[in-house]
Design a protein. Structure first.
Ligand code: AMP
Ligand code: GLY
Length: 422
């Protein structure tokens, strides 16, 4: 069968890599893909911000299945458009994707369905912000309601700072686009865990837990990024906690969305804070995480196509999702200056024989120029490995990273530090 994967980051390289291993898949097209994906699949250009362009591409390529990677096409309603045409597509509809695309929707949804999350206030103007701020202790978290690629959350130490952050979100000065709704949130402490569940509109089936590293600098310092590395181990959650989250968060989401007339299909990515009051949902994403996916696919023993089909066909409850015991990790090699301004088009050396010593180099932001891989994004490579234990996986990843270079390359040397010090 022929599969079309929408997107062009490290997550999509990992999804294409996993699909390549499926015995039922004989053709993979990625749109737009990237330099690394083009070595294992045909890449075709598409603007993932244009619903029309993506729908036209699907009509031309006529895949048996379309897999949507990033959040923007989901929020635009790509799944709805393809379903309307009777096509098979993996991912949630626009209404279901609101769990990610609108924090105001997801916070009120959690409240309606008794899903544990931080106290919050929804504000549509600065007067409401000023008044609501008085109810929150400091620090307080200020969030843009819409999609903001990881830049829409600011932890504020003073009410003045919170007010001015909100003002900049409303005016568009902070994120480039104006926000009509802002969420003020109680600041939570604890360890963050990402939990991934496969959903089919009726059932939520756990896949894996992972831990991301959002800050650019070692020791979790500096500005937030899309994620500088991630790992997945069995030990991240106890079996009891995994079951608790599946029942009290993932299945509640699926039941709640179904009862509200927007059944949730696809990946539910739950961002959790393991707070002293118990697990609290920080956010939902309605797609695979990046870079969590680069680590998780290395442990996935079940054919990934079975996951996609079960989600579409509504029988995920019959699927036993098997992961290799042990651990996997991924470390992002990013452009100098990321998450701020960075240069593109810089040649990358040391990629020859991309995958060896059990280490797989997924490409996140690369392009091929006359056969030479060059940088083409903030996050450039996701160097990944799987092993019986995390320390070994990381050792091999860092050894491989020493062979790779491009001007300004930066990466964190402490990915997995929390797990290693436990
Ligand atoms: P979000 O996009 O909502 O997951 O927020 C991005 C990051 O901001 C999270 O991964 C946390 O590190 C931090 N964050 C968000 N909400 C809170 C909160 N209520 N308390 C503490 N940290 C938070
Ligand atoms: N790694 C966080 C995300 O995919 O949003």
């Amino acid at each position: 069968m022929k599969v079309l994967v929408i997107g062009g980051g490290g997550r999509e390289h990992a999804l294409v890599w996993a699909l390549k291993r499926s015995s039922s898949v004989n053709e993979i097209v990625a749109a737009p893909g990237n330099g690394g994906i083009s070595r294992i699949a045909r890449c075709v250009p598409v603007d993932v911000n244009s619903l029309e362009a993506m729908v036209n591409l699907v009509a031309i390529e006529a895949p048996d299945l379309t897999v949507v990677g990033p959040e923007v096409p989901l929020a635009l309603g790509l799944v709805d458009e393809l379903e309307k045409r009777g096509l098979r597509v993996f991912g949630p509809t626009k209404a279901a994707a609101q769990l990610e695309s609108s924090k105001s929707f997801s916070k009120t949804f959690m409240q309606r369905h008794g899903i544990p999350t931080a106290e919050y206030a929804l504000c549509t103007n600065l007067d409401e912000v000023r008044e609501s701020l008085l109810r929150f202790p400091l620090p307080v978290v200020v969030k843009a309601s819409g999609l903001a690629a990881g830049k829409g959350v600011v932890i504020c130490e003073t009410r003045l700072e919170a007010e001015s952050t909100a003002a900049q979100m409303f005016s568009g000065a902070l994120l480039g686009s104006t926000e009509t709704e802002i969420v003020l949130e109680e600041f939570l402490t604890g360890e963050e865990v990402s939990f991934f569940a496969l959903c089919d509109g009726k059932h939520a089936v756990p896949i894996a837990a992972a831990q991301d590293h959002k800050r650019v600098g070692e020791g979790d310092t500096g500005p937030n990024t899309g994620g500088m590395g991630a790992y997945s181990t069995d030990g991240l959650l106890t079996p009891a906690m995994r079951q608790w989250i599946t029942h009290n968060v993932a299945q509640k989401v699926v039941d709640g969305m179904a009862s509200e007339g927007s059944p949730f299909k696809g990946i539910l990515f739950i961002g959790l804070m393991m707070s002293p009051r118990g697990p609290m949902v920080l956010e939902f994403n309605t797609r695979w995480g990046d870079p969590e996916t680069e680590a998780i696919v290395l442990r996935l023993e079940t054919d990934i196509l079975d996951l996609f089909n079960a989600s579409i066909d509504g029988n995920a409850n019959e699927l036993a999702i098997r992961l290799k015991p042990g651990a996997s990790a991924t470390v992002i090699a990013a452009s100098g200056g990321y998450p701020g301004k960075y240069a593109s088009g810089l040649p990358i050396s040391g990629l020859d024989g991309d995958d060896r010593d059990g280490v797989i180099v997924f490409h996140a932001g690369t392009a091929l120029k006359d056969g030479q891989a060059v940088t083409a994004g903030g996050r450039v490579l996701a160097v990944s490995a799987e092993s019986d234990d995390l320390e070994d996986a990381l050792k091999r990843i860092y050894r491989r990273l020493e062979e790779i270079s491009f001007e300004g390359m930066q990466y964190r040397r402490d990915i997995g530090h929390r797990a290693l010090s436990r």
